[in-house]
Design a protein around this ligand. Structure first.
Ligand code: NAG
Ligand code: NAG
Ligand code: NAG
Ligand code: NAG
Length: 178
């Protein structure tokens, strides 16, 4: 908690003391490191993938994920680019800019909402055997977040690259409605 408190005051200082907060924060490697560590420990707690009949043809599916914020200030996610797989083999990849940024409350969680066009990089058929495993490893996650937002507004923009996270609980739904 002491560490988190120091991040909080570090960010506050960066926000209010400097007229140009972003470069100031980026110079503070300790602070950036703390945020990266916190997000790397577990930005994503659950993945929920929806497979449609089209998936078999297009190799594309929808996902949504549960994001958690281990920090004591609000985080807002603007953009995510991620690859996921099993044992280092990539099965899925997407890049997505949220039309409505995802606001994750302090020490809270938020759902990403539906993310379309997630590509099954090995093809749909080859991916069927990962479904029963019920988890995915996030191999490389790049996020554009803003720290210290207020209801998703303002905040300090940070680009965090190269996060990875093993064993993220994953559910698969079959949607045959279209
Ligand atoms: C997964 O997403 C689908 C489609 O958005 C939704 O209907 C379902 O309730 C979600 N399941 C879980 C466990 O969140
Ligand atoms: C992943 O690797 C471990 C150790 O190398 C192996 O025991 C396990 O069966 C592998 N799992 C899959 C799904 O390939
Ligand atoms: C995501 O963007 C990266 C970098 O621009 C690109 O290499 C990759 O192919 C894209 N992935 C998808 C699934 O569009
Ligand atoms: C993955 O997480 C589940 C619970 O969420 C746990 O039971 C399982 O042992 C974990 N597997 C590995 C390889 O860490």
């Amino acid at each position: 908690m002491a560490r988190l408190t120091s991040i909080f005051f570090g960010l506050l200082a960066a926000l209010f003391v400097s007229a140009a907060p972003a470069p100031n924060v980026l110079e503070n490697r300790d602070l950036l490191g703390e945020i990266i560590d916190a997000l790397g420990i577990g930005l994503v707690t659950k993945i929920n993938a929806t497979i449609t009949l089209d998936t078999l043809v297009t190799n594309l599916l929808f996902i949504n994920f549960e994001a958690q914020n281990p920090l004591i200030f609000e985080l807002t996610i603007d953009q995510v680019s991620s690859t996921a797989g099993i044992n280092g083999t990539e099965y899925a990849a997407f890049n997505y800019t949220f039309p409505t940024p995802v606001v994750v409350p302090p020490l809270g969680t938020a759902n990403s909402g539906s993310i379309p066009n997630v590509l099954l990089t090995q093809g749909a058929i080859a991916s069927l055997n990962i479904i029963p495993l019920g988890y995915l490893d996030l191999l490389n996650v790049n996020v554009n977040v803003r720290a210290l937002t207020i209801d998703g507004k303002l905040g300090i923009p940070l680009v965090i690259t190269g996060l990875h996270q093993n064993n993220v609980s994953t559910t698969y739904n079959l949607d045959l409605t279209d």
